[in-house]
Design a binder for this molecule. Structure first.
Ligand code: DAH
Length: 363
């Protein structure tokens, strides 16, 4: 009814708009044209986007008044429409201008930030390199892998079964003494030799098996130039039908040929280990003097490689392999000891101190 009797006039729309947009000027001028940083610029852009929604969006006063155009007297509707349109254009133009200037400023800042001064001298990257023990371990692994051995990696914390019982080390043996072996508070042993992996490997793979196991071992030794409480060994195990001491000798002979050169000789000295019978210590002819004696071999012509022997039937049995069917040989070599010899280190602890000035010499 009121529409007919008292239709809206174009002027009626202007009033509420003016009120609603009274703050627009102040709000848009508050935003600078130029921002000092990229972060600041992005913040201002966001604020501007909110202004656009507030003043031109679906819920703006402008949108409300636009809808009222329909209620205006037909004759003056055009006038009202163009009034509102002019208003809308002015506001949107102001926002567009501000946005353009802000975006330009952000772009300039970004270019400045990303520009590169090609006259500054470059910083040379310092490439890392492998630790001498790792290099040595890899050389040993390569040789045995080429002979058909698998490389096993196993745990460093062991139960008494793997560290002693299964290796035929009797109760009361001195190696079991806490003075020689580290124990955790729960009674586990830090393995004192990689021979423990023989048992795991045979349990996992059964027989026949050919594997080496490089890794850390721990003993309660007082550190000195030739001892460290943590050091590296590599264990070897070959179990099959008809394996003899001849295979052991041939294998280690081949190993030292490949590691030190074809002129290298080996020497087996009778010895004792609980897990082998018979047992032997293995020496190789000095890679430096070849026999007559020098500083490196301490004037003996020979350098000790490690322990070895034919796997004791009790060890095979403990790992579930039938000693009536299978025989095998095993050996254990010191990785860091060999490393120290080759590089003529007079103190093995240098290998564990991780002094970069020392390690850098092995690139
Ligand atoms: N486990 C011995 C050690 O740590 C080395 C060793 C000797 C390993 C004889 C063997 C072996 O496999 O057959 O001194």
């Amino acid at each position: 009814m009121s529409e007919d009797t008292n239709p809206l006039k174009p002027e009626d729309l202007i009033g509420p708009m003016n009120t609603a947009y009274a703050n627009f000027d102040r709000e848009i001028e508050r935003l600078p044209d130029i921002s000092k940083s990229l972060e600041e610029g992005e913040t201002h852009l966001l604020e501007l986007r909110n202004l656009r929604i507030k003043y031109l969006g679906k819920k703006s006063e402008l949108a409300i008044q636009k809808k009222l155009i329909r209620s205006i007297d037909r004759n003056r509707r055009g006038e009202a429409g163009s009034n509102i349109q002019t208003f809308e254009q002015t506001i949107s133009q102001r926002i567009d201008d501000k946005e353009r200037r802000l975006k330009n400023s952000i772009e300039t800042t970004r270019l400045e930030r990303e520009s590169i001064d090609v006259t500054i001298p470059g910083r040379r990257p310092r490439p890392g390199h492998l630790h001498p023990i790792t290099l040595m371990r890899q050389r040993i692994e390569d040789i045995f892998v080429s002979l058909g051995y698998a490389v096993e990696d196993d745990r460093e914390i062991e139960t008494d079964f793997y560290n002693f019982d299964a290796l035929n080390i009797p109760e009361g043996h001195p190696a079991r003494d806490p003075q020689d072996t580290f124990y955790t508070t729960e009674g586990f042993a830090l393995r004192s030799q990689t021979s423990t992996v023989q048992i795991h490997a045979m349990q996992r793979r059964g027989a026949p098996v050919r594997m080496i196991a490089p890794g850390r071992v721990f003993r309660r030794d007082t550190p000195d130039p030739t001892h460290n409480p943590m050091f590296f060994q590599v264990e070897g195990l070959c179990v099959d039908r008809g394996i003899t001491m001849g295979h052991l000798k041939g294998t280690l002979q081949e190993f030292v040929h490949r590691l030190f050169g074809p002129e290298t000789r080996t020497r087996f000295r009778p010895s004792y280990f609980p897990f082998t019978e018979p047992s032997a210590e293995v020496d190789y002819s000095c890679f430096n003097c070849g026999g007559p004696g020098c500083r490196i071999c301490k004037w003996s012509g020979w350098i000790e490689l490690g322990g070895s022997g034919m796997v004791h039937p009790n060890v095979l049995r403990a790992a579930g392999v039938d000693p009536e069917v299978f025989t095998g040989f095993a050996f254990g070599l010191g990785i860091d000891r060999t490393c120290a010899r080759i590089y003529e280190l007079d103190d093995i602890r240098l290998l564990f101190e991780n002094d970069v000035r020392f390690l850098e010499q092995f690139r």
